[in-house]
Write a protein that binds this ligand. Structure first.
Ligand code: ADP
Ligand code: 5GP
Length: 199
């Protein structure tokens, strides 16, 4: 029987650097994860591509997918839907490949309720002031949206207790190293390797 792949979920407040850290992880030649591309009703930002960064869909299409049970989880965040297509995750894990998800806190906790065997990593900012500076520095959101994202972040930080690991994103390379160390350790769990030992 094929060993099921590992489900790795990187989550945390908006602006903490999830996308930046995820891209840095995927640039590393040593990693072999499949990235789960989310669907969203948000408009693409400059440089974002449909089918690479997100599947950009209309509200109607998104709501049809929810009704059809095609979303493993979804959340409405600052006026837009975001969700994780179910079939890709199930098929990839069953084929023995590891899947990497980068999603918000609401979504990660929904996935954890359904798939508690996953590895849940909470990315933290050095502090809230720094988080606000990152959102401002990214230059993609209006002052009003930034306030909403910061307010959401304060609530989200309280949910860290539900995760397996907390990784500070002070310096991107350090956060990447910490995440790689977690994944290395998770792959060595006795429960994962015991069936591979034969006489
Ligand atoms: P998220 O995906 O969590 O919303 P992003 O990856 O878009 O966050 O990062 C938000 C902003 O913070 C971006 O402008 C990014 O360049 C910056 N950033 C990310 N990580 C760091 C870091 N360790 N130090 C300083 N700035 C960072
Ligand atoms: P952004 O608009 O900045 O791309 O994303 C806003 C928030 O939605 C971020 O915290 C991002 O991680 C999160 N997000 C992205 N994809 C998903 C998803 O599939 N499900 C959920 N619940 N959140 C997501």
């Amino acid at each position: 029987m094929t060993e099921r792949g590992l489900l790795i979920v990187l989550s945390g407040p908006s602006g903490v650097g999830k996308g930046t850290v995820r891209k840095a992880i995927f640039e590393d030649d040593g990693v072999d994860f499949r990235y789960s591309i989310s669907a969203t009703t948000r408009k693409p930002r400059t440089g974002e591509e449909n089918g690479k960064d997100y599947f950009f869909v209309s509200r109607e299409e998104f709501e049809e997918k929810i009704q059809a049970g095609d979303m493993l989880e979804y959340a409405e965040y600052v006026g837009n839907y975001y969700g994780t297509p179910r079939s890709f995750i199930e098929e990839t894990l069953a084929s023995g490949k590891d899947v990497f998800l980068e999603i918000d806190v609401q979504g990660a906790l929904q996935v954890k309720a359904k798939m508690p065997e996953g590895v849940y990593i909470f990315l933290t900012p050095p502090d809230i002031k720094n988080l606000r500076m990152r959102l401002e520095g990214r230059g993609t959101d209006s002052a009003d949206v930034i306030e909403k994202r910061v307010a959401a972040a304060k609530d989200e930080l309280k949910k860290m207790i539900n995760y397996n690991y907390a990784v500070e994103n002070d310096v991107v390379e350090k956060a990447v190293d910490r995440i790689k160390a977690i994944i290395t350790a998770e792959r060595l769990r006795v429960s994962r390797v015991i069936d591979q030992i034969t006489d």
